[in-house]
Ligand binder design. Structure first.
Ligand SMILES: [Zn+2]
Length: 186
């Protein structure tokens, strides 16, 4: 619905157009505004032992500023911040958890195949196409920030493997007295 209002985040422009008008984009979206990111997280979270509610509505706050590098009308820079709350699945205990992401952007946009531009302190960002949707940069930044093997920071939050594994094998049947019985036999 928000997309229908043609937010500057989703409008396609050339980087030069954005830099010429010193475009500033300040907006609050949610995870579902980024379909590729939402699909990756959805696949990951489908293996969760207990589902996590409303993670698609978690906020993504965005500030992007476009301009020309070094005052010359040659290479476009994008600076700003992307902050978000991201749902992940702990690879140790298969329970979902949420962690904050804050990415500082200092990008120099360069079209693939063009002369390579460099600007101190800026990361070169290659563009395949003439037109740019700023939302695509935000989505790519968030996808790149995803950890390969997310885990709870604190290992003690994770349930011990010894009790978790049999429960999964037995289709999550709870057998509260089984452990007690084996302890009594010891
Ligand atoms: Zn865990």
């Amino acid at each position: 619905m928000r997309r229908a209002m043609a937010s500057p985040l989703t409008v396609r422009s050339t980087p030069a157009e954005l830099a010429d008008r010193k475009q500033v984009i300040e907006t609050k979206e949610n995870i579902d505004s980024f379909p590729r990111l939402a699909a990756i997280l959805g696949t990951e979270l489908s293996a969760a032992r207990t589902p996590l509610a409303k993670w698609r509505q978690f906020p993504v706050e965005i500030t992007l500023r476009f301009g020309w590098a070094g005052g010359r009308r040659e290479f476009v820079t994008v600076t700003g911040t992307v902050t978000a709350r991201i749902a992940a699945l702990c690879n140790r205990c298969l329970q979902p958890f949420v962690y904050p992401v804050r990415e500082e952007l200092k990008l120099l946009l360069v079209h693939t195949g063009d002369a390579t531009g460099e600007e101190p302190g800026h990361e070169t960002w290659e563009l395949d196409e003439e037109f740019l949707r700023p939302a695509d940069i935000v989505e790519e930044i968030l996808i790149m920030a995803l950890p390969l093997a997310p885990r709870h920071d604190d290992e003690t939050i994770c349930r011990p493997e010894a009790t978790a594994a049999p429960a999964a094998e037995r289709g999550n049947t709870i057998r509260p007295f089984a452990d007690l019985k084996s302890q009594m036999q010891d």
